[in-house]
Design a protein around this ligand. Structure first.
Ligand SMILES: Cc1cc2nc3c(=O)[nH]c(=O)nc-3n(C[C@H](O)[C@H](O)[C@H](O)COP(=O)(O)OP(=O)(O)OC[C@H]3O[C@@H](n4cnc5c(N)ncnc54)[C@H](O)[C@@H]3O)c2cc1C
Length: 288
């Protein structure tokens, strides 16, 4: 399949990219790794007349630690996330998740910014960002603003990002030492999107759970932060009763479509299995 005709732009700065977006409105679209956008264009599900390639802008890729947080540039690829020793030491759930995205070819090209900005409920990183309490730093005509990951997703492919804004980086608070985290994903085959997946980040203290956040992938139009599920673990040793309660609370907020990945009831069931698996794994990994 061949995409529709478009003009190609390669701005050298974020300001230039923002100006191009402002100029072309609905007709302009940012291009990062292209591994979501180009397939959509080939299927004619997206038809931008102006493609604005972010690869010419210096400083949009890379990772650094800053004041208790890690800042990841939007153009950092999923392969770079996997290779990062800093992330392996401080936020290992990102590596675990990136390894479950697509295949190596996609991961060499696909970016973390494209994955979270896209608004596809099937993307894996958004739920992880919610569970980590991440914030998205976006640049528009009047400067930079921050949007919490939990407030970013409004509907399938609909987000809080304005038409003329660019996601420039993600800020992730470093979870405390001794935290445990896990991403559990069920997919039909390598390279597939999730039938259901769960991200869990929790902190144990003296054998009791001090904090827990659970978020879900591909179980509604948007990634879901399962707040009641996380709360069901807090103050417990994460015994069987608490885990059952958390699973129940998480499944209760899901609303998956019946599709090629299975009927909705099956996907809800898998959601519960993924939450249980991710909580157990995170608990094992946590200190305290
Ligand atoms: C075969 C295959 C299997 C896949 N499987 C999975 C999977 O299992 N899990 C998963 O999570 N993903 C999967 N993907 C998608 C892949 O991870 C994409 O790379 C990713 O979703 C988008 O990143 P990108 O850099 O390619 O973005 P692009 O495709 O370039 O852009 C995607 C969208 O985000 C916008 N965008 C990009 N960057 C920015 C920015 N900095 N600011 C604002 N908007 C921006 C674009 O305008 C576009 O609308 C798969 C892709 C393929 C081809």
């Amino acid at each position: 399949m061949i995409p529709g005709a478009f003009d190609y732009h390669r701005p050298k700065s974020l300001d230039e990219a923002v100006a191009l977006l402002s100029q072309h409105g609905d007709e302009g679209r940012l291009l990062a790794g292209g591994h979501s956008l180009i397939p959509m264009m080939k299927l004619r599900l997206a038809n931008p007349s102006h493609l604005i390639d972010l690869h010419g802008i210096a400083g949009l890729a890379g990772l650094e630690e800053e004041e208790g947080a890690i800042r990841i540039g939007a153009m950092t690829t999923q392969a770079e996330i996997i290779a990062s020793e800093l992330l392996a030491a401080k936020v290992p759930i990102l590596r675990e998740t990136a390894l479950q995205i697509a295949d190596p070819q996609v991961r060499y090209r696909g970016t973390i910014g494209g994955n979270v900005a896209n608004g596809d409920p099937g993307n894996d990183m958004p739920a992880v960002m919610m569970a980590l309490g991440a914030a998205f730093l976006v640049q528009g005509p009047s400067g930079e603003r921050t949007i919490a990951a939990r407030d970013y997703y409004r509907g399938a492919f609909t987000t809080a990002l304005a038409d003329n804004e660019v996601l420039r980086a993600i800020r992730i608070p470093v979870p405390p030492a001794g935290h445990g985290a896990a991403y559990a994903k069920m997919k039909r085959k390598v390279g597939d999107y999730a039938t259901a997946a769960a991200a869990v980040v929790l902190v144990m203290d003296g054998g009791s759970c001090r904090d827990a956040r659970i978020a879900l992938t591909n179980l509604a139009d948007v990634p879901l932060l399962a707040e009641a599920a996380g709360q069901a673990l807090v103050g417990t040793t994460i015994d069987v009763a608490a885990l059952d309660k958390a699973v129940q609370a998480a499944v209760a907020i899901t609303d998956p479509a019946s599709d090629l990945r299975g009927p909705a009831d099956f996907r809800k069931h898998v959601a519960g299995v993924m939450v249980r698996r991710a909580v157990r794994r995170a608990r094992e990994r946590a200190g305290g």
